[in-house]
Write a protein that binds this ligand. Structure first.
Ligand code: DAH
Length: 337
């Protein structure tokens, strides 16, 4: 067979190609790894020296010719496709995609909280990533011998510094530097040496509220929590306050949320659901006030703290905490504002 005879046929095929996709497929079938011409060239090796010379030469020529022809066609097709795209009619009156801007679910709950508490007269702060052992523990009435330290498996740095384990670590700073009466909210990432699973991560987001004024009582605390939760959920959720121990508040309490399968199940009148531990709170311990040179006879206050990561999981029904840090576009695209 003379490869020269194949040429007109191949040229005709190439001339008939109309898209890049076709062109690539055809190129592969001819000169790709397993292409016809490639195979033919491989077979040349087994021929006699004489045949090798003539057939090898003309096959190589054919391949060069085909490659050049394909390159020419590719350029032509690309130019054509560009022209078609330019000429495509664009209807400017079609509305943009109907969904809003996507935002990370943690960011959404953070902005919601900021929105709510700034309307209530709170200033908003961010807790540091690295803080001191003193601010994170001692100032919060948790001295080095205190068993409460063991509850927060801490990442220790050098110089008695730690990765903040709780946004409460801002309390001392706020009490010392801010004028009284004080209403402050702290947002921040906190870090604990956890074994990572669906509900535990080594980094998560918290918020802390701190109010100091004269004659503060539990009624103020409960009223504030009720308002914040109602605004957050869009209805007044059913919750209970029960005694809980935190060294920096006295009395200390935990707030449980009644969690139903739908929003209406979560309201005060509903029977279906279960209790979810949601936040810690209480009246600021006199030792914490004293530590910041505030006279507990003159001022009193309340504090509360909860996990924003937890809140986002509850609000959106997210069952695995690891999803927040995985940067999976399919996950992130579901959250719009
Ligand atoms: N910092 C606590 C924690 O991470 C939560 C907390 C409990 C904050 C009681 C408070 C509080 O302000 O009064 O577990």
């Amino acid at each position: 067979m003379n490869p020269e005879q194949l040429k007109p046929q191949i040229h005709a095929w190439i001339a008939a190609l109309t898209s890049l996709k076709q062109l690539i497929e055809y190129r592969n079938s001819l000169v790709g790894k397993k292409g016809t011409l490639t195979e033919m060239l491989k077979n040349v090796a087994s021929l006699s020296p004489e045949e090798k010379k003539t057939l090898g030469k003309s096959l190589n020529e054919l391949r060069a010719d085909v490659e050049a022809e394909l390159a020419k066609k590719e350029k032509e097709i690309r130019e054509q496709e560009l022209k078609t795209a330019e000429n495509r009619f664009i209807d400017m009156t079609v509305p943009a995609k109907s969904h809003g801007r996507t935002q990370h679910p943690i960011k959404i709950v953070q902005s919601d909280i900021i929105d709510i508490v700034t309307r209530m007269g709170f200033s908003v702060w961010r807790s540091p990533t690295v803080t001191t052992e003193f601010d994170n523990f001692d100032a919060l009435n948790i001295p080095s011998w205190h068993p409460a330290r063991d509850m927060q498996d801490t990442f220790w740095l050098t110089d008695r510094r730690v990765l903040a384990t709780q946004t409460s670590c801002m309390q001392n700073h706020l009490l010392r530097t801010q004028p009284k009466p004080l209403r402050a909210m702290v947002l921040g990432s906190v870090y604990r040496n956890e074994k990572i699973d669906a509900t535990h991560d080594i980094a998560f987001e918290q918020v802390e509220g701190l109010v100091v004024d004269k004659n503060i009582n539990i009624g103020h605390l409960k009223g504030t929590i009720t308002t914040i939760l109602t605004e957050l959920f869009g209805y007044e959720p059913r919750f209970r306050m029960r005694p809980g121990y935190f060294p920096f508040v006295e009395p200390g309490m935990e707030v449980d949320l009644w969690w139903g399968s739908s929003a209406s199940d979560g309201t005060a009148s509903s029977g279906k659901g279960r209790w979810l531990e949601f936040m810690g709170c209480g009246l600021v311990h006199p030792n914490v006030l004293r530590q910041a040179d505030i006279d507990p006879e003159e001022y009193s206050g309340f504090a509360f703290g909860f996990g924003l990561t937890r809140l986002a999981m509850i609000r959106y029904g997210i069952s695995d905490i690891r999803l927040f840090h995985e940067n999976k576009i399919e996950f992130l695209e579901q959250f719009t504002v």
